[in-house]
Design a protein around this ligand. Structure first.
Ligand code: FES
Length: 102
């Protein structure tokens, strides 16, 4: 899979990811700025918030939806917690990183 990360200033990073990793893990492992992932992916922070521009994923669960209300940058319709976006083989995903995570 491939993940395209767009920073708030428009800069784009493309990462060749590993199937089974989340969009959050992929960012943290590859040093993509702006995605923190403080809780390690267990839905108890909101520091992995992204705006999902393109990519097929199941809709957010109730816990993800509630935690998105705590995001440092106000949520939008396409807001997701990137630790919940698990990449499938061959998938291409585009996300935009919010201004702030903490
Ligand atoms: Fe904490 Fe995603 S890493 S909710």
């Amino acid at each position: 899979p491939k993940v395209f990360y767009t920073q708030p200033d428009g800069a784009e990073t493309v990462i060749e990811a590993v199937a089974g990793d989340s969009v959050m893990q992929t960012a943290v492992r590859n040093g993509v700025s702006g995605i923190v992932g403080q809780c390690g992916g267990v839905l108890s922070c909101a520091t992995c918030h992204v705006f999902l521009a393109d990519g097929d994923f199941p809709p957010p669960g109730e816990d993800e939806d509630e935690m998105l209300d705590c995001a440092a940058t106000e949520r939008e319709d396409n807001s997701r917690l990137s630790c919940q976006l698990v990449l499938a083989y061959g998938q291409e995903v585009r996300v935009t990183v919010p201004e702030a995570q903490l």
